[in-house]
Write a protein that binds this ligand. Structure first.
Ligand code: SF4
Length: 360
């Protein structure tokens, strides 16, 4: 039987994940259909009632992949409740009658690269450790370069005369990184060319774009389907978006940032809040000090660490006189009247800026 491996979606990261898994296992990789309301409603149908939204999306992805022929599933989400999804998801899918092997890469609630090597070696016994490390490095480089490019787009697209060119450039980058064979040099060249293309897009002469910080729960922040395309709606309406949570931050920076996070937020916090709750607070403070115009806090419905952050964020909003809007997504319904909510939020920002003109 051919081994067909699949894993859940989160944003554009299926590209580097596919690259790593394909090259270390030499198996066929099946990427689930893109996230949609259908994905989450299928997942929700078989999920426990009170489980948070990423669980439902993941389960919907797995069911889609299994129905299309996948027979190996990978779970690598860690931290918070995410780290305990794997066992429950495997049990639900087995009870639904699917026949597959489930690979859980989580150890002590975090992804283990040694576990990944051991599992890959069981599938591809010719895999050398050095070869594995090499593909891992290349996959990580793709993650870092995609994140850097996306950050540039979030912070510059609204300043452009031709915003469509930004979307086109990111699409080209995605296609270029979707190949099976990529040397380190090629990975770097693709990024440099993409950056050059983006920087050559002409910008408006004058701009007084509103600057918004988006903080909150990681899945809702990073996956555009999970947040009903919030970033693009804001960028299309002329805002510059600041968001620090991406896979580069979660994999490489988060564990070194703890002391700084607690130091920045010491007026409001003594301990971390679990998941990214303390990060939300520290980044809100940092950006308020720099003169951000507004903050949007987003989360999955029922996300406890981010619920704990909300009263503190409201206090920070008052202390720094920066408007804040809270959005909670259950994944099954679009947030009602989102355009009206954003309009009201912009009105608050404009009103505040009339009185107090502070920019970065
Ligand atoms: S951070 Fe929130 S949404 Fe994410 S797994 Fe934890 S509780 Fe669920």
């Amino acid at each position: 039987m051919n081994k067909i491996i699949s894993f859940p979606h989160i944003s554009y990261y299926y590209i580097p994940i596919r690259y790593i898994i394909r090259n270390i296992t030499k198996c066929e990789i099946l990427i689930p259909e893109s996230n949609s309301l259908n994905t989450v409603s299928i997942g929700a149908k078989y999920s426990p009632n009170d489980v948070c939204m990423p669980f439902k999306y993941n389960l919907g992805n797995y069911i889609n992949a299994l129905n299309r022929g996948a027979n190996f599933l990978i779970q690598a989400g860690g931290g918070c409740r995410y780290g305990y999804y794997a066992e429950l998801q495997e049990q639900i899918l087995k009870e639904l009658g699917y026949n597959f092997k489930f690979i859980n890469l989580i150890k002590n609630n975090h992804i283990s690269i040694i576990k990944l090597y051991n599992e890959a070696k069981k599938i591809n016994n010719k895999l050398l450790f050095i070869e594995y490390v090499f593909y891992l490095i290349k996959g990580f480089l793709i993650i870092v370069f995609m994140d850097k490019t996306h950050k540039y787009i979030r912070e510059n697209q609204a300043l452009s005369i031709n915003p469509k060119e930004y979307k086109k450039a990111f699409q080209i980058l995605k296609i270029a990184y979707s190949k099976d064979k990529l040397s380190i040099l090629k990975i770097i060249k693709i990024y440099i060319n993409s950056k050059k293309a983006l920087k050559s897009i002409p910008k408006k002469q004058n701009n007084n774009n509103i600057k918004i910080l988006i903080i909150g729960e990681l899945y809702t922040l990073m996956d555009s389907t999970a947040n009903n395309n919030l970033e693009n709606i804001l960028i299309d309406s002329g805002s510059i978006i600041y968001r620090y949570t991406d896979l580069t931050y979660l994999l490489f920076k988060k564990k070194f940032a703890r002391t700084k996070i607690l130091k920045t937020s010491r007026k409001y916090l003594k301990y971390t809040l679990g998941a990214d709750g303390a990060e939300s607070i520290a980044h809100a403070i940092e950006h308020c000090k720099k003169g951000i115009d507004g903050i949007i806090h987003i989360k999955s419905y029922g996300c406890v660490p981010e619920i704990n952050a909300i009263p503190i964020l409201s206090q920070i909003s008052k202390d720094y006189n920066v408007p804040i809007m809270y959005l909670s997504y259950d994944g099954e319904n679009n947030i009602a009247n989102i355009d009206t909510k954003i309009e009201a939020f912009y009105d608050m920002i404009n009103e505040k800026n009339k009185k107090n003109n502070t920019y970065f």
